[in-house]
Design a protein around this ligand. Sequence first.
Ligand SMILES: *Cc1c(COP(=O)(O)O)cnc(C)c1O
Length: 373
Amino acid sequence: MTPRPIPVNQPLLDGNEKRYLDECIETGWISSEGPFVKRFEEGFADRLGSGFGIAVCNGSAALDIAVAALEIGPGDEVIMPTFTIISCAAAVVRAGARPVLVDVDPLTWNMDVARLEDLVTPRTRAIMVVHIFGLPVDMDPVIELARRKGIRIIEDAAQAHGQTYRGRPCGTLGDIGTFSFYPNKHVTTGEGGMLTTDDAQLADRCRSLRNLCFKPEQRFVHDELGWNYRMSNLQAAVGVAQLERLDEFLARKRRMGAHYQRLLAGLAEVQLPLPSTEYAENAYWVFGVVLQDSIAFDARSAMTRLADLGIRTRPFFWPMHEQPVFRKRGLFAGQTLLHAERIARRGFYLPSGLALTAQQVAECAGALRQILQ
Ligand SMILES: *Cc1c(COP(=O)(O)O)cnc(C)c1O
């Protein structure tokens, strides 16, 4: 047995991270003005085949900027999944616009794209797509609908670095892509984020919004309110080192996912992630499981039982329409989206970090089988 507890996530930082950080210290370049920021932005955009990369301080900030850059505000509606992180809805609500929520597809756990068209109104300005747990959203119908209705697409690819949809890189399929580099993502900078776009004007707006909307001609005179959402050279140095290994990291995650699939195959008590769809191979950002209704306890109880065996887990997202913070504001009153409500209560994910060993995967799968017996 390996040492317990087995953490839910542990990043791998054994490439050039230390060397590049030393370079920052030795040269004195630690702020966002340092050379690694540009190198990371260009490297990331190149890797995706995107026109521009704009590095920011985290993935939530990237979403704030995406919404602001598209000039979404009061009176506007943004269609998005209910099953996602709060950052998506928070960006829209803070901008004064209204999130319009879509239930999940019970097999992929992604937004059910068949429901989108019915939700479009004259106020719809954007669809915010979120690729969940490493399997992309079925994008072609989204792109077709958006074109037909003149709606923009914000693509939250924070769980989909290097992932592709029908061979096209996630994060390049909409008007603006957003990424996070939190330590549980495929590429980490500790804290960090990125926007991607092919539109030079949008890229300029993103750069300005991340930097307090300083004006090039008259620095301390502002036409607009931005944020200080800049990424430091230290973060970018780690990012450059991580990006060098993205293909290796993707392969590792897919190996981990396939290993879990083999060890848990035939376990009737849980629903496993889809290994693939017709448009993508799962990149297993995390390995989620959903307890079938035959199990008398819920995810919370399963997670406690696993914790008692020294296995750390995380619950699934709690749906946006059930968030007290939004209900208090009068949003989503009386709304029910049953598939999301069910997986929020029945779903959780197993240890899935890049440093996870095959031995640890085997121990986690064994512990899951044990608590379900
Ligand atoms: C992690 C994540 C974010 C937020 O990124 P932070 O860097 O933690 O702010 C946003 N969207 C999704 C889908 C994420 O997984």
